[in-house]
Design a binder for this molecule. Structure first.
Ligand code: BDR
Ligand code: CA
Length: 309
């Protein structure tokens, strides 16, 4: 079983990623940590707690992290993509648990030295960059980091940049050049990891949690349709799915540089395939049918009364 910490900014696809992880016996979710990104830190933290409550997993510790990027606060978030509440406006239980009394970066550092841990980072990389700066020894103990971020095929928030890299490019640059064992799924891969409207509707029939997931994803489908795209890209769930079943994503080796200038290319990621500089495993090809089947199977296994075990 792989022990993971999910660092995230829920976010509809973050929510699906968290639920997929909790539904997967291959993974042990040791903690959730939150960061500002899709919506404010207050909201991503509240959303993380609401999702744990929905899943009946109030026992999983959740720590709030950074409330802004390292260097430059951006003038927009992604509430157009995820709704003002960050979760598509669906109704979710009010949490009984509270965030733990520890900053996300301190919690990650403590857990990483306790036992082998994989960090799944599916929001802006602010917390991870701060971890590297503040706790380099603990960061060095992290077995692997799986990131959703970046793109070699153009952006989704600007023509040049993917959202997570754009929101905190200095942090992304720090993490991508850290030399940690790192796997990245960028838009190259996640744009292959789509669910169709029919697949979302099918997900909605598999029980209480499937119904909530479908409710959130309908919001994403509407947004995608307005943007002229068919189906919803499951960015963050792909990062979790490749830990559940590595054969779902074919990886290639690359290096990634991040544009940190203030011009229109801010947050762009340059994917470098020069043989002398290969430090990152980068998602290239996704087995979409098997990815979609995994999501369906795991949400169906949640049944109507919450999560197994
Ligand atoms: C990433 O940006 C966010 O809006 C999503 O949650 C995902 O992590 C995709 O570019
Ligand atoms: Ca996210």
């Amino acid at each position: 079983m792989t022990r993971i910490i999910i660092d995230c900014d829920p976010g509809i696809d973050d929510a699906i990623a968290i639920l997929l992880a909790l539904a997967s016996p291959e993974l042990d979710v040791a903690a959730i940590t939150t960061v500002a990104g899709n919506v404010s830190l207050d909201r991503t933290t509240a959303n993380g707690l609401r999702l744990l409550e929905l899943a009946g997993r109030g026992d999983v510790p959740l720590a709030a992290g950074c409330d802004r990027p390292l260097v430059r606060v951006s003038d927009r978030d992604a509430s157009e993509v995820h709704a003002v509440d960050g979760l598509g406006g669906v109704s979710l239980p009010r949490p009984t648990a509270r965030p733990v009394d520890e900053h996300a970066v301190e919690l990650i550092a403590r857990l990483a030295v306790e036992r082998p841990t994989t960090l799944v980072a599916v929001g802006p990389l602010t917390n991870v960059a701060l971890l590297l700066a503040r706790h380099p020894a603990a960061a060095a103990r992290i077995e692997r980091i799986v990131v959703m971020g970046g793109s070699g095929v153009g952006g989704n928030v600007t023509p040049a940049a993917e959202f997570n890299a754009w929101f905190d490019p200095e942090a992304a640059s720090r993490v991508f050049s850290s030399g940690m064992p790192i796997t990245v799924v960028g838009l190259d891969a996640t744009h292959q990891a789509t669910l169709s409207a029919a697949e979302v509707e099918r997900l909605g029939t598999v029980g209480r949690i499937g119904a909530v997931a479908a409710g959130m994803l309908r919001f994403s489908l509407d947004f995608a349709e307005r943007e002229g795209r068919e189906g919803v890209a499951m960015h963050d769930p792909l990062a979790v799915a490749l830990l559940v079943d590595p054969s779902l994503v074919t990886l290639e080796q690359v290096a990634i540089e991040v544009e940190c200038g203030l011009g229109p290319a801010r947050g762009a990621t340059i994917i470098d395939r020069a043989p002398s500089r290969l430090t990152i495993d980068y998602g290239a090809i996704v087995d979409r049918p098997r990815f979609a089947a995994l999501l369906h199977e795991r949400f169906a296994a949640l049944g109507t009364d919450g999560l197994p075990g």
